[in-house]
Ligand binder design. Structure first.
Ligand code: ATP
Ligand code: MG
Length: 532
């Protein structure tokens, strides 16, 4: 039945009296109905209902073999059995001559929708048929709408549940994760120091395992914290090169021990990005960790390449992270950016990595896509808008050859004794002289006793926290200006952020790698040497 034209409706006439059938047929034809089918044998109705699929049925009540009521009952059963929306409402008009009111009652109860009394009156016949067909049409469009609505509700609910799950899990885990940061930093540092000091290969292997496990914990904790983090990420002029090198460096050890060949190719002259370097770092670490994991069980060669290019026409920096791993099946590709989607066994992956990557890249106004070929490998392509300013010279920092470390006197300030100890030892092993204070007040008194070249300080401490400590140092020891490195807990409040910006001091987020601390210390030490 077409929506715009009732006369295209299919009508089935059932009456054992041929004369009646002919009469109704003529009436309908005169009213313009073009699709009319008839039968005088009520036993044929069910078959016709199935094959002809009428939009409306005219049904006599008193017939031999099978009366109208029985036909109605057959139709009711049939309609229950089929779930097609088209069959959900097929109006039946019962034709009555000398039937009793009880018979009419029974017909209504069996599913009849209206009556036409013989002898038929043309106008009434056409009117009632027209009305019921309109009802059917409305019913059908309502049904379609309902189904569409059902579908929408289902999809929305699913999305809501998904995002709720993410939000609740996120804030729940962030609380735990945050608590883990300090012990993790100590664990990470101790494991690294162990690796550096041991000589027996048997124990070195153990230290490596501890170190790798700690690294993995750090990544998990970072991801959880990112997930739950509410505040706006920072935006600073960020060179891509050092971020790439930094991320590789963080995983260098694991990559090397698993025999992954890493190649980095950063084109010179890529303009800086206006970005959050920590987030970009995290994106890369997640991608590199995925690639490394994907290649874990495969025979060599395991190759990982990071290529960065400037596309001046599009105004983007393009970063390709390609591995020679097993590739990702299409069905998996479709879902890898979903939060909590993982193919890794329980305990090996949270499924958060790529969803966070996409979130962070899109927050930067960029995009991340994946291309993969089974048996060949996978390539993630990130595009990030570059700042409008002129091109920067190639990053010198990351490619600079290691210079000999100038021994310095360094004050380490942290209320977590284990962290302070690990930092002090790591710096001492570089040749520096270190002392430890567990709060600002103690640090001030040490500074009063002897000269220090550098201060590495926590920001949140009892008695006197980093902010008050820094203010006091500015007042009493102005020579230490520009000689501070701060370590902060992961969740930065706005005040703390503003404080750090005001000081202009470089800072690292705990838990951080000892290598990062050493690098920063060396940079500041070099600045001192350069007379800065
Ligand atoms: N380079 C890759 N090669 C093959 N499969 C990959 C690669 N990167 C991601 N995948 C697939 O995508 C899935 C989702 O990755 P995602 O980083 O989001 O979570 P995860 O690595 O499983 O867990 P998490 O990163 O939270 O520890 C992985 O489980 C893996 O099946
Ligand atoms: Mg991952």
């Amino acid at each position: 039945m077409r929506d715009d034209d009732l006369t295209s409706a299919k009508i089935l006439i059932v009456d054992d009296q041929l004369a009646n059938v002919r009469l109704l047929e003529r009436l309908l034809e005169a009213a313009g109905y073009r699709q009319v089918s008839t039968t005088t044998d009520p036993r044929e109705v069910l078959g016709l209902y199935r094959t002809y699929q009428p939009d409306l049925i005219l049904l006599d009540l008193l017939m031999p073999h099978l009366d109208g009521i029985a036909v109605l009952e057959q139709l009711a059963v049939e309609q229950l059995a089929t779930e097609m929306p088209e069959s959900s409402f097929v109006p039946v008009i019962v034709l009555t001559a000398d039937v009793t009111p009880e018979a009419k009652q029974r017909a209504l109860a069996a599913g009849a929708n209206d009556f036409l009394t013989k002898p038929f009156e043309a106008l009434e016949v056409v009117l009632r048929i027209g009305n019921l067909l309109k009802t059917r049409r409305l019913y059908l469009s309502l049904e379609t709408q309902n189904r569409a609505l059902d579908q929408t509700v289902k999809e929305r609910t699913e999305r809501l549940l998904q995002s709720e799950k993410v939000a609740t899990m996120g804030s729940l885990l962030a609380g735990v994760a945050h608590e883990l940061n300090n012990p993790l930093m100590a664990l990470l540092g101790q494991a690294q120091l162990l690796r550096e000091t041991l000589t027996d290969p048997k124990y070195m292997q153990r230290a490596e395992k501890i170190s790798n496990a700690a690294d993995r914990c750090v990544r998990i904790v970072r991801n959880f914290l990112t997930l739950a983090r509410q505040h706006k990420p920072e935006r600073t002029a960020t060179a891509l090169g050092p971020v790439i090198h930094g991320a590789i460096e963080l995983l260098a050890y694991e990559l090397r021990t698993e025999g992954v060949e890493v190649s980095i190719d950063v084109a010179p002259g890529i303009p800086k990005l206006v970005a959050d370097p920590h987030q970009l770092h995290q994106v890369l670490v997640n991608l590199i960790a995925n690639a490394q994991h994907a290649m874990r069980r495969q025979a060599r060669p395991k190759r990982l390449s990071l290529v960065a290019r400037h596309d001046a026409i599009q105004g983007v920096a393009r970063l390709l992270v390609t591995d020679s791993g097993p590739g990702i099946p299409n069905a998996v590709v479709a879902r890898i950016f979903e939060p909590f989607f993982t193919t890794k066994p329980a305990g090996e992956g949270t499924g958060l990595g790529l969803s966070l990557c996409r979130g962070m890249i899109e927050d930067h106004g960029g995009s991340i896509v994946v291309e993969s070929a089974i048996g060949e490998g996978t390539c993630f392509t990130i595009e990030l808008p570059v700042a409008a300013e002129s091109a920067q010279p190639a990053a010198a920092e990351a490619s600079a050859p290691a210079r000999p470390v100038q021994p310095r006197t360094i004050l380490v300030v942290d209320d977590e004794v284990d962290i302070a100890a690990v930092l002090a030892e790591a710096l001492a092993r570089e040749g520096h002289t270190t002392e430890v204070a567990t709060n600002g007040a103690m640090a001030l008194s040490l500074l009063g006793q002897r000269a220090f070249d550098l201060v590495v300080s926590d920001t949140k401490m009892p008695v006197m926290d980093g902010e008050a400590f820094f203010a006091e140092v500015e007042r009493r020891f102005p020579a230490l200006q520009g000689r501070f490195i701060f370590l902060t807990g992961d969740v930065l409040s706005r005040e703390k952020r503003e404080f750090l910006e005001r000081t202009g001091a470089p800072f690292l987020t705990k838990p951080c790698d000892l290598a990062e601390v050493r690098r920063l210390v060396q940079r500041l030490a070099d600045d001192i040497a350069g007379g800065a």
